[in-house]
Design a protein around this ligand. Structure first.
Ligand code: AMP
Ligand code: GLY
Length: 425
């Protein structure tokens, strides 16, 4: 079968790497891909958001399955467009993608489905938001309701800062129309975890747990990024906790999506705060997480193409998935300055030496080939991922690989997985 994978991040390299191992794969195309994905299949110069061109390409190249990595094309309805053209596509419909693309919708659905989340209010007028925030005397979290590349959530420990942030989002439109509506909610305390599940409309298969590191600096300091590293499994998600997450969050949301007339298919990602009172939802994403996918897929032993097809055909109950019991750790190497301004085009060396280490895969994100070299082409550049007997071994190996890779201005956090190491002692 020919497969077209949409996207160009570390997540997509991990998906491409895994699909390339499938016995039923004939040809893999990646649009637009990066230097890493070009080693797993053929990169096609079509932007991830160019739905019309993607549909024509899939039609002309006998594509049997389209796999969508990022949220933007999902929200733009790429799955609906492919299905209309008679092409199978893995991911939710545009309507179901509202679970991520419209945080106000997600909040309302959680309320209607009795799913525990931060107490919050939705506003479409700044004056109302201002009045509400001014009446609060605790920290507030202000969120643009629409898609803002992971940057639309701002935690304000002082409510007065919340008013300024709300003004920037709603009046100055720092996130464009994504800020037409905002959510103002309470700040939750606890440890975060990412739970990703395959959902085929009815059946839910929960993958191994993971944890992201959102903040740019060691010790979770500085501004939020797309994610600076991840590990799987997350010790904070015990078997008992996973049961609760499934029963109290995943099942009611999948039911709620059906009741809403937007049945859910694809990967459902619950971003959770594990609080002293139990798991509470920070947000839903309608796709694989990045960088969580890198350690998760490195641990998946089963054929990913088979899983994608089972989801599309609503036959998830007919397959079983096997996992490597060893933990995996992914350290993101970023361009200096990220998540603010950064330069591109820096030559990367040491990739081969790092990749030769046992149980290490260097997943590419913002990279491209240029005159025979591999150069940086984005904020997050590489996701250096390793398996180890214990999480401490996986961490050691990942950092050993990181040390072999060089590019001007390379930046990475030094404390990825430390929380897990502490928790597992
Ligand atoms: P989101 O994009 O909604 O997951 O938010 C990005 C990050 O902001 C999360 O991963 C959390 O670290 C943080 N966050 C979001 N909502 C809250 C909340 N209500 N309380 C505390 N932290 C939050
Ligand atoms: N790692 C967070 C995300 O994929 O949104």
């Amino acid at each position: 079968m020919n497969v077209l994978l949409i996207g160009s991040g570390g997540r997509e390299h991990a998906i491409a790497w895994k699909l390339a191992q499938s016995k039923n794969l004939s040809k893999l195309y990646i649009a637009p891909g990066n230097a890493g994905t070009s080693e797993c299949g053929e990169n096609i110069p079509i932007a991830a958001n160019d739905v019309d061109k993607l549909v024509s390409f899939a039609r002309q190249n006998d594509v049997g399955l389209v796999v969508v990595g990022p949220e933007d094309p999902l929200a733009a309805g790429v799955v609906d467009a492919m299905e209309k053209a008679g092409i199978k596509a893995f991911g939710p419909s545009g309507g179901a993608a509202a679970l991520e693309a419209d945080k106000a919708f997600a909040k309302q659905l959680m309320r209607a489905s009795a799913v525990s989340t931060a107490e919050g209010r939705i506003f479409d007028r700044f004056s109302d938001a201002k009045k509400y925030i001014a009446s609060r005397d605790e920290a507030v979290v202000v969120k643009a309701a629409g898609l803002a590349q992971g940057k639309g959530v701002i935690i304000c420990d002082e409510p007065s800062d919340g008013i300024l942030v709300a003004e920037k989002i709603m009046c100055d439109k720092i996130f464009g129309s994504a800020g037409d509506k905002i959510i103002v909610e309470e700040k939750l305390l606890g440890e975060e975890a990412s739970i990703l599940a395959f959902v085929d409309g009815h059946n839910i298969y929960v993958m191994e747990s993971s944890q992201d590191h959102k903040a740019v600096g060691d010790g979770d300091t500085g501004p939020n990024t797309g994610g600076m590293g991840a590990y799987s499994p997350a010790p904070v998600v015990t078997d008992e906790m996973m049961d609760r997450i499934t029963r109290e969050i995943l099942v009611p949301i999948v039911d709620g999506m059906n009741r809403n007339g937007t049945p859910y298919k694809g990967v459902l990602y619950a971003g959770l705060m594990i609080t002293s009172g139990g798991p509470r939802v920070l947000e839903f994403n309608v796709r694989f997480g990045d960088p969580e996918t890198q350690p998760i897929l490195m641990r998946l032993k089963s054929d990913l193409l088979e899983v994608f097809l089972a989801v599309c055909d609503s036959k998830l109950d007919e397959i079983t998935l096997n996992w490597d019991q060893r933990p995996a750790v992914c350290v993101v190497m970023a361009s200096g300055g990220y998540p603010g301004d950064y330069e591109k085009g820096k030559k990367i060396t040491g990739l081969k030496e790092a990749g030769r280490l046992k149980d290490v895969i260097v997943f590419h994100a913002g990279t491209k080939k240029e005159n025979g070299d591999i150069v940086t082409n984005g904020g997050r550049v590489l996701g250096v991922t390793a398996l180890g007997e214990q999480i401490i071994d996986a961490k050691k190996r990942a950092y050993e690989a990181v040390e072999k890779i060089k590019f001007d201005g390379a930046y990475w956090r030094r404390d990825i997985a430390d929380k897990a190491i502490k928790n597992s002692n």
